[in-house]
Structure formats: C-alpha cells, structure tokens
Design a protein. Structure first.
Length: 344
C-alpha cells in the first residue's frame, strides 16, 4: 500500500509543519497539564491498589477471575500512563519522567520501560514503514503484501487469528523486555532487571499464596490474556490498514497519512488513553493528552488547506479496517493455494 497523493508538492524543508507548529503554540496546547495528570495518575493508582485489595479480600475463590478482568483493564491503563510519561507529557525533564516510568512499567506491570522507549521511538520516527517500524515489521502477523510473499498457512488466514494472538501480547512484551536486558538494548540493566524481578516475585507470590495452584494458573491466564487484548486493541485502530510511506514524504505528511483518528467522546478518550487522537499525537508527541482533542480542529483545518487527507473513523470501523487489511494482505497467498488445487 502506498501513500495517497497530496495536492501540494512535498517541499522537504519542513515549512508546512513549522506553520502548524506556530498555530499550535499560539493556542497554548503544548503547555503541561499537571492538574489533569495528578487526577489521572491518582485514579489509576487507586484502581491498581483497589484491584489487588479486592484480590486479597475475595481470596481462594473462582470469583477472583472477575478480579483478573478488572486488573487487566487497570494494567492497560498503567501502560497508557507509562506511554505519556515516556513522551514527557507529564514532566518537562527526563529524570522524573524516567523514574515514574520505571515504577509504572517495570514494577507496576512487568514491562521494561527502557525497551519500550527504544521500540516506540523507532515507531514514531517511521510509522508504518515496512522495514523501520517495529510495530509493522513481519512477524507472526504480516502487514504488507510484499512481506507476505512466501509465507504459509497462518498468513493466508491471519485476520482470523488476530484477536486470539493478542491474548499472548502481555507475555510477549515481558519476554521481549527480558531479551532487551540480555542483549544490551536497555541501558540501566541492573535497575530495570531488579524492578522486573521484583514485579515477578510480588505478582506470582501473591497469586500462588492466595489461590490454590489451579486457581492461580487460571488467574494468570485470564489476567495476562485480557491485558494483551485490551492493550492491542488500544493501539490497533491508530495505524493498521493505513498507507505505508514510500520515503518521499516530509514530516507532516509522513505522520498524518499513516495515522487514523477515532471518533468518540470522553469514554473513548479514557478507554484509549487519548490515542484516539493519533494524528495530533504523532505530530506533537509531547502534547498532554487532554490537549489533543483541542488540537484536532486546528490540525484538521490545516490539513484541508494543504490538501492532505485526514482520516477519521468510528471505533468499530477502525477495527474492521484493520481486519480487512490483514485479510487483504493474505489474498495473493489464498489465490495461489486455490490455483494450486485446481492445477492438481
């Protein structure tokens, strides 16, 4: 898939983005929002503590699986807070952002903050790039027809495996975090490794102390599976099924053409952590989440001036588009299989 042609030629100077940046700054939308984050982080922390308190109070009962569902949502919300911390939306400087991110990511949910920073920085630099964006690089799922060539049965029908595979995302992030520690991707290996180990000891210790072995295994499976699904469905509407860059785009077009916004009110904002305003987030990663909605009409109007397509979809439709894209990627392989059957 290639990017949509724009009416205005690419200048390569960044001047189009510079003008948008001036408009956003004039509106004061890059200013920090300490009050908002104090409330949001306080609510998420309270939900985290409340979830584990409920886990202990329910005790050795199969009803703890309901608590596992609650904690899956809470863990995803902690991950979204860590995302904002990594982009310095909360604090202006690196040190407090990093400290809070390590507590939220490594200790809170068992995912390396340093590993995720490296991975997510690469994504922001080259969104949807087949070779440079780790979020669309060929793996179990393949997001481009070129990468699908020569793949097997799973790729042919991969759209149907998408949601089931998301149940493994939480475990995959933990595995990749450990791998990043071992291969030197993470700089502060002792600190990050110590916090990850502390999370594992506290998490598994609590689960296997309070529950019997069968209940404990069921709790971990339900919790980690739903955490992975929620987290995957939070990020999936933003880029999946959108054009892949061809290398000729300037910064503004590279970010806008590869991103999709999701319609919705405050509930969608809360559920997706503000990532439903993905275009604005990619253009201004340090913009505090509550300002993204206010920036949207400015960015959309400016894109209209330039003739740059600005994609917005409903939440359900965004998932449908991602599903269709995965299905379309495997179309050539399915056709080859049918042709092979006919010829034999």
């Amino acid at each position: 898939m290639t990017t949509t042609t724009t009416e205005r030629p690419v200048t390569g100077t960044g001047s189009d983005f510079a003008e948008l940046n001036r408009r956003i700054n004039r509106a004061g939308l890059l200013r920090k929002r300490p009050g908002y984050y104090a409330v949001r982080i306080g609510l998420v922390a309270a939900a985290y503590a409340g979830g584990w308190t409920a886990f202990v109070l329910v005790g050795a009962s199969w009803w703890t699986l309901a608590v596992a569902v609650l904690l899956a949502v809470v863990f995803a919300q902690v991950a979204l807070v860590a995302h904002d911390l990594a982009h310095r939306q909360v604090f202006r400087t690196r040190r407090p952002s990093e400290r809070a991110g390590l507590l939220a990511g490594n200790l809170g949910i068992g995912m390396s903050y340093g590993y995720w920073m490296v991975k997510h920085t690469r994504h922001h630099a080259n969104p949807n790039h087949d070779d440079l964006d780790p979020d669309v690089g060929p793996g179990v799922l393949v997001w481009s027809r070129e990468a699908a060539r020569g793949k097997g049965l799973l790729t042919r029908r991969q759209a149907w495996f998408w949601i089931p595979l998301l149940t493994l995302l939480g475990i995959s992030l933990k595995k990749d975090s450990v791998a990043a520690l071992l291969d030197g991707t993470v700089k502060r290996r002792r600190l990050e490794g110590g916090l990850l180990a502390a999370h594992a000891v506290l998490y598994l210790g609590a689960v296997f102390t309070v529950l019997n072995p069968l209940q404990a295994i069921a709790f971990v499976v339900v919790h980690q599976a739903l955490f992975g699904v929620y987290l995957g469905l939070t990020f999936a509407p933003n880029h999946k099924g959108m054009p892949h860059p061809n290398g000729t785009e300037d910064f503004l077009r590279k970010q806008v053409l590869t991103s999709r916004n999701v319609r919705g009110g405050w509930l969608v904002d809360a559920a997706l952590g503000g990532l439903n305003h993905q275009i604005e987030h990619h253009l201004f990663p340090a913009m505090p989440t509550p300002n993204l909605r206010r920036a949207q009409p400015i960015v959309r109007a400016y894109c209209a001036e330039l003739g740059v397509p600005y994609e917005v979809a409903g939440l359900r439709d965004s998932y449908v588009q991602a599903f269709r894209h995965l299905h379309d990627v495997g179309a050539e392989l399915r056709q080859q299989t049918r042709s092979s059957k006919i010829s034999t």
